[in-house]
Write a new protein. Structure first.
Length: 304
């Protein structure tokens, strides 16, 4: 661990060593790794191939360490890296399956979109990361159209550590993400979050248990009652008609607004086509001499 402090001689902030951590023994297989090996062996005994996800692939490459541990257990394993181009990854998986690979280890971002891993019915997250989008996409690679087997998704972490805190955070984010899409679930990764707020609990109760098809008044009434039970607030029922009756009357002078005059058809056409009254040519007066028509002339038209 490196810190920085101000050096008066150099007038600069210089780094200094706070503490040096000791590297763990690479030859020792730790508890989380042993549990992963046990779960993989159980899946292989059932004839199910496994996709393992890990997010540390650079300085502390966990993917190649898992490859080494699994290979020592006699498991045929391959590691997917960024050296395989996205358009070549589907063919890469097919080659690995033809060669008898049982487990593939890689970063979840490498398979989050565009791949259907129907042959890998079990997906194990050895590490999750912090992207809920990547987690959701990578966890659905086997649950695609054409899958005829049950798909198992498992997460591995050390209890009472930051890994559990991270997983709980991902569960909360997943719960909120599903709620925004109108989906509510109480199992899987989102079940790890126990601190459900009141609004989420009421919304889940209405959607998953009851309330479908009821009137809005009944739904809101039950919401108010539920809120009163949680916060200890006394609810006073007041009907909308009662509110109208209790509203005080005020002497407001009545104002009569005349209806707007109808717009002539010519003006409407001008407004429609962007013209103006000045741009319209004026109609020339008829030069035909007008002759007065009498009632007798008009009646003559209808006499046989």
């Amino acid at each position: 661990m490196i810190g920085r402090e101000f050096n008066p001689e150099t007038q600069r902030r210089e780094p200094f060593l706070i503490a040096a951590t000791r590297d763990l023994d690479e030859d020792f297989v730790y508890a989380k790794e042993r549990r992963l090996v046990e779960e993989i062996k159980s899946s292989l005994e059932l004839g199910r191939k496994v996709q393992v996800y890990a997010v540390y692939t650079q300085k502390r490459d966990v993917t190649h360490r898992l490859e080494s541990i699994l290979a020592k257990e006699g498991i045929r394993v391959a590691v997917l890296t960024t050296q395989v181009a996205p358009e070549e990854r589907e063919a890469w998986y097919e080659r690995q399956l033809r060669s008898g690979v049982q487990v593939v280890v890689g970063h979840p971002r490498l398979t989050q979109t565009g791949l259907d891993l129907l042959q890998f019915q079990d997906i194990f997250f050895y590490e999750t990361g912090y992207s809920i989008y990547t987690l959701r996409q990578a966890s659905r690679r086997s649950w695609r159209i054409g899958q005829r087997s049950n798909v198992n998704v498992k997460f591995f972490y050390y209890a009472d550590t930051m890994q559990e805190t991270c997983l709980r955070l991902m569960g909360k984010k997943l719960l909120v993400s599903l709620a925004m899409e109108g989906k509510f679930a109480t199992d899987g990764l989102q079940a790890i979050d126990e601190g459900d707020d009141i609004l989420m609990a009421m919304a889940r109760e209405l959607v998953t248990e009851k309330g479908i098809g009821e009137s809005a008044d009944a739904v809101w009434k039950r919401l108010v009652e539920k809120q009163a039970e949680v916060f200890g607030v006394r609810v006073v029922e007041t009907s909308p008609s009662g509110l109208e009756a209790e509203r005080p009357e005020r002497n407001v002078p009545e104002v009569i607004i005349p209806p707007p005059a109808p717009i002539p058809a010519l003006v409407t056409q001008l407004l429609m086509f962007g013209g103006s009254l000045e741009s319209m040519p004026r109609r020339k007066a008829s030069r035909r001499p007008s002759s007065g028509a009498t009632t007798a002339d008009q009646l003559g038209l209808f006499q046989s």
